[in-house]
Write a protein that binds this ligand. Sequence first.
Ligand SMILES: [Zn+2]
Ligand SMILES: [Zn+2]
Ligand SMILES: [Zn+2]
Ligand SMILES: [Zn+2]
Length: 269
Amino acid sequence: MRGKLRAAVLLVVLLCLLAPIARAAECEPGQHDYTETRRTPATAMEDGEADYVCAICGHQYTKLLFATDHLWGNWITDQKPTCTEPGQRHRICTRTQPHTENAAIPALGHKYKETRKEPTCLEPGKSVFVCANDSAHTYEEAIPAPGSHSFGEWTEKTPAGEGAEGLEARECIRCGFSETNVLAALPTTTAEPPTEPATAPPTEPPAEPPRTIPVVDIVLVGANTVALGWFAFLLIPYFFGLAFAKRRRKALEERDALRKEVYELHGYK
Ligand SMILES: [Zn+2]
Ligand SMILES: [Zn+2]
Ligand SMILES: [Zn+2]
Ligand SMILES: [Zn+2]
């Protein structure tokens, strides 16, 4: 019993010591140099086999050759694909030796659907894109606004009257925005003028004055002329009188001078 235990311990120790050597004889994964040593080809309905031996380390294995006419079941999805990442699926063949085939499911790609919010004349709109596969996938695009209204023709809403303002309006053909403009009031023709023409028709008064006015003028001009003539007639004697008075004064002065001279000569006082 003790001998057996000692032998077992010794074996373990020996194996531990030899392990590095044995490991050194193994190939690194993927470094084997296999050679096919035997092959039983698969038929349409039956699996075959193939033996392989590594020329370096002597490792050998048998590969199953599946029957060529597979009996595939339905694909089973292991991982659903996303818009950007492929998924995974497999199917099982139940011909002879059950075996599976794995395959990738291609990425779905985004399936964006556009929801438009149309721009108004002055405010930009936007297109919102949401992915039908994943509503978290979304982005927006701005739709620029025209920046101004597109007005039609001005239409008179309330015509301008005498002393009353009118109103005209026009509408934007795109957004329906309406703009108004005040029409200036027409000049007021007061209520009197219409009555004046009514009384004016008897145009005799204006016709009469033209006749009377020249008569008055003629009379006045005539009167003035007569007055001036009379005044001139009166002035002539006046000037003659003045001239005569002057001459007389001169004559008197001369007489006085002579008298004075005579007095001095005769010695009068
Ligand atoms: Zn090997
Ligand atoms: Zn198969
Ligand atoms: Zn998406
Ligand atoms: Zn507009």
